[in-house]
Write a protein that binds this ligand. Structure first.
Ligand code: S3P
Length: 184
């Protein structure tokens, strides 16, 4: 399934006027790759975490602490719906947990969007996420939590993804180029 030399695996859609949706674990680079992709393709970027924060005027951590994770997940679903429904082809950077909801997974599977899974080796992920303030899930024992999350979520990312791009040891620009290639 893996295309030789590209670090890209694909299920088989082509880049057209559809949205590109980035999924993957926290720390895999969805937001930074999304920004680069949006600027290269001259598309708007919808970053789920930012949209959730704007919608309620509070940070992810505040929502998590005062309203709880289920409230955050509901906002995340609303945000996904809003972004997918836009007519203009866009780049959508999801939060790492978007695939936890069966409803979200079905929305992604049923949409015309290209869903690209950014994959990163777990050791590199651990290095990247140590200092993130918007990741309350990693407050206690981040290493064990992240390893478990990665294991639990891998089949869910696989279920929704049209393509996979390896992020390991690649620059943001290289990853963005790989995403364009695998959608094109
Ligand atoms: C989460 C990932 C975070 C953020 C929230 C929950 C998760 O987004 O949505 O802390 O469940 O994996 P990033 O993937 O952008 O870090």
């Amino acid at each position: 399934m893996k295309a030789p030399g590209t670090g890209v695996e694909r299920k088989g859609k082509t880049l057209d006027r559809s949205h590109i949706v980035l999924v993957g674990m926290m720390g895999s680079g969805k937001s930074s790759v999304g920004r680069t992709l949006a600027s290269r393709l001259e598309r708007p970027l919808f970053d789920s975490d930012e949209m959730v924060e704007e919608r309620v005027g509070r940070t992810i951590r505040e929502i998590w602490e005062f309203d709880g994770e289920p409230a955050f997940r509901e906002l995340e679903t609303q945000t996904l719906l809003d972004s997918l429904e836009r007519d203009e082809p866009s780049v959508i950077a999801t939060g790492g947990g978007v695939v936890l909801s069966g409803r979200n997974r079905q929305l992604l599977i049923d949409s015309d969007a290209h869903v690209v899974w950014l994959m990163l080796d777990i050791e590199l992920l651990l290095d990247r996420v140590r200092n993130g303030v918007h990741r309350p899930l990693l407050d206690d024992d981040p290493e064990t939590k992240l390893r478990q999350m990665s294991q639990d979520r891998e089949p869910l990312y696989r279920e929704v993804a049209d393509a996979m791009v390896s992020v390991d040891n690649r620059s943001v620009v290289d990853v963005a180029k790989a995403v364009v290639r695998c959608c094109g």
